[in-house]
Design a protein around this ligand. Sequence first.
Ligand code: SF4
Ligand code: FES
Length: 248
Amino acid sequence: MNLTLSIWRQKGANDKGKMVDYKVTDISEHMSFLEMMDVLNEQLINKGEEPVAFDHDCREGICGMCSMYINGEAHGPDRGVTTCQLHMRMFKDGDTITIEPFRAAAFPVIKDLVVDRTSFERIQQSGGFISVNTSGNTQDGNAIPIPKKDADDAMDAATCIGCGACVATCKNSSAMLFVGAKVSQYALLPQGRVEATERVQNMVAQMDLEGFGNCTNTGACEIECPKGISLENIARMNSEFMKASLKG
Ligand code: SF4
Ligand code: FES
């Protein structure tokens, strides 16, 4: 396949940035999107030009680093995949593909397609954990019976990889799908109930502090989420937040 890539180039956080067109040739339909970007960067390096900066780590849908907005969709046109899992067979020979960073005030661009998502880390640090006594007297996890449905729902919530596609997709740049998943993961398990009140209050407060918008129940986040995180998690977070507020 021969393609035209229209890519956001931005030298640094304070640079204005602009879209720049590049041609790539002989792209195999079996390549992943990031492999195609590697081909482009090799061409740029060979020409003495600056390669396109983009984030990636695992390249297998686990780390959540590969945040690209492709043809107006977070992680591109396929469903249930991250950018690194997106295959070039989703595109046609001669296509022009637009590639932008995830855009949100709380995800400022560092360079080209790389954005700063440490706001997610600060939300996690504010409550996305359980405090376990590791003195040697810790109760074995298997000794606590948990209803199958709760265990399954907690596991589903735990599959959130913190990629930020939900934020990039949302017209309000809301992080509620992400925070809802993190709150639910613990709220559904007895181990997480101990700190449930402070957790939801602190995580929601940090989310607001970081400048994420509110949820208006559009549902775009659920559609673009590569891990199929359900809107139910937002409802659960809202109910946890209400319960915590009533406790004072
Ligand atoms: S909820 Fe989905 S889209 Fe949002 S950060 Fe988690 S995995 Fe990514
Ligand atoms: S590079 Fe890790 S999820 Fe894409």
